[in-house]
Design a protein around this ligand. Structure first.
Ligand SMILES: Cc1cc2nc3c(=O)[nH]c(=O)nc-3n(C[C@H](O)[C@H](O)[C@H](O)COP(=O)(O)O)c2cc1C
Length: 199
């Protein structure tokens, strides 16, 4: 099983990176092949609403793909071969970070069946997704409506959302100092591989 982590925080050594990598560590220990990308390291432009992914750059049916030639093309390639994703974002102003939003908008191109022949083939099995949010506020229910909405949006994008992980209270200290999190996060990665998720 191939699992890719996407870290949508500008802080490379921050909470989001640590949390996503801990989940991947658990998955790797269970036999998964893992990889992670820091979205801030990449040049990813916002969706231009050109609908090239729907109608084709030249209006043809054979070239349906995102036509923006930037680093998102690397992520499309990675996504094609992935069985599962872990997308982590810090909560900024009660929502996902700008980096996460730009990445998510660009996924618009991928839910078209003709995004690429390989993607179409693999797309018959939905890709599993774990959404991860971390926030300063200690109340993990504070942004529940937004988390539910985001889960639903990813389901509409044809992802099989397995879990929404909310790590709260980051204003009291960095995630890696929270001893309780180590096992919990690794277990989430393990569950992603073993499919033992509570319904
Ligand atoms: C611009 C900005 C906006 C934020 N907005 C919120 C917020 O609305 N609610 C909250 O609980 N924490 C908020 N935070 C705190 C971050 O979500 C929290 O510190 C997070 O763990 C940072 O992740 P990182 O270490 O990966 O950068 C905000 C932080 C920044 C920089």
């Amino acid at each position: 099983m191939k699992i890719i982590g996407f870290i949508a925080s500008p802080r490379k050594e921050g909470n989001t990176a640590w949390i996503v990598n801990k989940i991947l560590e658990g998955a790797k220990e269970e036999g998964a092949e893992t990889q992670s990308w820091s979205i801030s390291d990449l040049d990813i432009k916002p969706c231009q609403s050109c609908y090239g992914c729907r109608h084709g750059e030249l209006g043809g049916q054979s070239d349906l793909r995102c036509i923006i030639n930037d680093d998102m093309q690397k992520l499309y390639d990675a996504l094609e071969h992935a069985d599962a994703l872990v997308l982590g974002s810090p909560v900024y102003m009660g929502q996902m970070s700008a980096q996460a939003k730009i990445f998510t908008d660009r996924l618009f191109a991928t839910n078209h069946p003709r995004f690429s022949p390989q993607f179409k083939e693999r797309n018959t099995a939905k890709k599993k997704l774990i959404l991860v949010f971390d926030q300063g506020n200690p109340d993990s229910d504070m942004f529940q409506l937004y988390f539910d909405y985001t889960k639903n949006m990813f389901q509409l994008l044809e992802f099989d959302v397995k879990d929404v992980v909310v790590v709260a209270g980051m204003r009291n200290g960095p995630a890696h100092e929270r001893k309780d999190l180590h096992t919990v996060l690794k277990d989430i990665g393990l569950s992603l591989v073993s499919e033992r998720f509570p319904e």
